[in-house]
Design a protein around this ligand. Structure first.
Ligand code: PGA
Length: 262
């Protein structure tokens, strides 16, 4: 059955751009592009330092601002951290959790599970990143992904599952050192697997409607190809989200392909 779904495209700017002026320029271009891609929900996650200034320029734009991270505890004596209350006050909806670049710098499964809990209990939505470091013939990567999901969902009640977005980001496909992005078949296999794991976790055959994104070297030239096998609800975009023309093309293609088979 073909159903109409709204795609979700998330820009992860990481520590870029270095100036607020450039951040405003890129965001303004993305906001303009988003007015045409009406069947795409567009989220931009800038540097935390730029977030409030960018929020002030929101106007009537439908582009939503998100955060790249959040601390595991409520406010207090935690040097360098940003607590969830500050994000709530800034009316932030989405928070990226478990990005491989954060995991590499020490974010643990325990931290991720705590963040998921705080985010969901306070009306925010997590964009949970999972992804294997490398692929092996023996399919051990599926066990690895399953473990990441089981740990992250440890404290998640079934009723909160629809608020979660999962981004499948194979580490081997992310960033400048990536040799290639994942193929449509590889992406499809993992989306089916994710849904099965979540179904098993909640002992239900009717899979809770979690949205699944793909991330890792997403560029305009291959988003249509990536979506061709079905199964994904959108993209988490790093480098290409800093280039307005490129990101606009990603939005437009996602907008055209807003039906998918269930
Ligand atoms: P990339 O990054 O698109 O630059 O590969 C994606 C990500 O890390 O979220």
């Amino acid at each position: 059955m073909k159903i109409k779904t709204k795609k979700l495209v998330v820009a992860n700017w990481k520590a870029n751009p270095s100036s607020l002026k450039d951040a405003k320029r890129i965001l303004s271009g993305i906001r303009k592009a988003a007015t045409k891609a009406t069947d795409v929900e567009v989220v931009v996650c800038p540097s935390i330092l730029h977030l409030l200034d960018l929020k002030k320029t929101q106007g009537r734009s439908r582009v939503i601002l998100g955060a790249q991270d959040m601390f595991t505890e409520e406010g207090g004596a935690f040097t360098g951290e940003v607590g969830y209350e500050a994000l709530l006050e800034a009316k932030i909806k989405y928070v990226i959790v478990g990005h491989s670049e954060m995991r590499d710098r020490g974010e643990t499964d325990e931290d991720i599970s705590k963040k998921m809990d705080i985010i969901l209990r306070n009306g925010l939505s997590p964009i949970l990143c999972i992804g294997e470091r490398s692929r092996d013939g023996a399919m051990e990567y599926l066990g690895f992904l399953k473990n990441q999901l089981v740990q992250a969902f440890k404290n998640v009640p079934k009723a909160s599952v629809p608020k979660i977005v999962i981004a499948y980001e194979p580490i081997w496909a992310i960033g400048n050192s990536a040799k290639r992005s994942a193929t449509p078949e590889e992406i499809k296999e993992v989306t089916i697997f994710i849904k099965r794991v979540i179904g098993d976790l909640y002992a239900t055959k009717s899979i809770p409607p979690v949205r699944i994104l793909y991330g890792g070297s997403v560029s305009a030239k291959d988003v249509a190809f990536m979506m061709s096998a079905g199964g994904i609800d959108g993209f988490l975009v790093g480098r290409a989200s800093l280039d307005v023309k490129e990101f606009e093309a990603i939005l437009n293609i996602s907008n055209e392909k807003n039906t998918r088979s269930r």
